[in-house]
Design a protein around this ligand. Structure first.
Ligand SMILES: CC(=O)SCCNC(=O)CCNC(=O)[C@H](O)C(C)(C)COP(=O)(O)OP(=O)(O)OC[C@H]1O[C@@H](n2cnc3c(N)ncnc32)[C@H](O)[C@@H]1OP(=O)(O)O
Ligand SMILES: CC(=O)C(=O)O
Ligand SMILES: [Mg+2]
Length: 361
């Protein structure tokens, strides 16, 4: 039987910090991946602090097997040497079935646990994986004398993980969020795409054929087709599961680094559906994520106007010919709350939101 309501928030080791009741909504528009064992990338990290919401030292896939220990030690060195300020510091450890996952957790928590905000766990299959990490982290936190719990983020990248999504989100008070892992997930599902995230030209819907004067379909006449989103179903499941459990959903990686336009589209779809951020694999993608996952000035102006017009938030009003009521004011509150969180850490955005004229409101 899983833990009862009474003991769900009790520390899992004597001396471990008390779990959080609520996961803070910290800005995390871009989770920027770097390999701490790659000298060129690692050298850039100190200058990136403050310009990206999350810096993530990646130890898993994309790090060669022969470099795993070098990357782990590189991350320890970066963690010790860097003052991250308002930028969050995360890591992605190796998977729990790998020879490196245990050493990653033990080394990182005992050496730089006071700096780490979130540990991303790849290839999570079910609640049992989170329970394992939860207990181990509590033991290590107690040993290291940490005074705040490290949070856990799961990557959904197996069919079993997607099928168990609700139990994964509910497995521990440490659960901070979920990311889509489209590459491993595509392989595990035996999907026939070799892309890392994004759409696919073969996954489309075509408009009906036109008909001639006798009503005969003209199958050979040109017809518009619309590319569909391969990841819509999974992202939508993630958004519901995360919202239900008070944690945060993220789009994962977009592998075509040079296709900044399609990357922006994919990130925006995720933003509109409810995701709070996406991964950045290359510095060019940070700019895209910061733009896309920040509400536009127009949306914030409209939301403030609706909130002001709605007074106590009940009833119905007409604004610019559209009905607004108790439900739409809640939508507007979501927009304004996000704008305020982002403005608190992003001075340029704050200036734009502050410049919204009272007349606009
Ligand atoms: C499916 C998954 O698991 S996705 C997650 C795992 N994958 C990753 O983490 C990949 C991370 N990113 C990368 O490895 C690299 O960006 C690559 C391989 C995609 C491209 O690298 P490059 O070919 O070197 O890109 P490019 O030449 O444009 O780099 C320009 C500069 O930015 C640096 N750079 C590239 N990516 C990053 C990064 N993620 N962080 C910091 N600096 C970076 C390069 O070192 C280079 O530095 P320089 O100007 O001093 O030479
Ligand atoms: C993100 C990731 O790990 C994947 O797509 O497999
Ligand atoms: Mg993966």
């Amino acid at each position: 039987m899983s833990r009862t309501a009474k003991d769900f928030f009790a520390p899992l080791a004597v001396g471990a910090p008390t779990p959080l009741r609520d996961i803070p909504a910290r800005p995390s528009r871009a989770i920027h991946f770097f390999d701490p064992g790659n000298e060129k990338m690692a050298a850039k990290v100190p200058d990136m602090v403050g310009s990206v919401d999350v810096l993530l030292g990646n130890l898993e896939d994309a790090v060669k097997a022969e470099n795993k220990e070098k990357s782990r030690q590189g991350l320890v060195a970066i963690g010790k040497a860097t003052d991250f300020g308002k930028t969050q510091f995360w890591t992605r450890v190796n998977s729990l079935d790998s020879p490196w996952g245990l050493d990653d957790l033990v080394t990182l928590v005992t050496e730089i646990g006071d700096k780490l905000d979130v540990i991303m766990v790849p290839k999570v299959q079910g609640a049992e994986d989170i329970h394992y990490v939860d207990r181990l982290l509590a033991q290590l936190e107690a040993k290291a004398g940490l005074d705040r719990p490290i949070l856990v983020h799961a990557i959904l990248e197996t069919a079993r993980g997607v099928a168990n999504i609700e139990e994964i989100c509910a497995a521990s008070p440490r659960m901070q969020g979920l990311s889509l892992g489209p590459a491993d997930l595509a392989a595990d599902r035996r999907m026939k795409t070799t892309r890392v995230g994004g759409g696919h030209p073969g996954y489309l819907v075509r408009e009906d054929p036109t008909r001639d004067d006798l009503g005969v379909p003209q199958y050979d006449a040109p017809r518009t087709s619309y590319q569909q989103d391969l990841w819509h179903y999974t992202i939508a499941r993630m958004v519901d599961a995360c919202a239900m459990h008070g944690i945060y959903p993220y789009y994962g990686p977009f592998g075509d680094i040079r296709d900044t336009v399609a990357c922006e589209d994919q990130f925006r779809n995720a933003f509109l559906l409810g995701c709070v951020g996406a991964w950045s694999l290359h510095p060019a993608q940070i700019t895209i994520a910061n733009k896309v996952f920040s509400p536009s000035v127009e949306d914030v102006a409209h939301a403030r106007r609706v909130i002001a017009a709605m007074g106590d938030g009940t009833g119905a009003v007409m604004i610019d010919g559209k009905m607004e009521d108790d439900a739409s004011v809640k939508q507007c509150q979501v927009m304004v709350a996000l704008a305020e969180e982002l403005a608190a850490i992003d001075p340029a955005l704050k200036e734009q939101y502050d410049a919204i004229e009272v007349a606009d409101v």
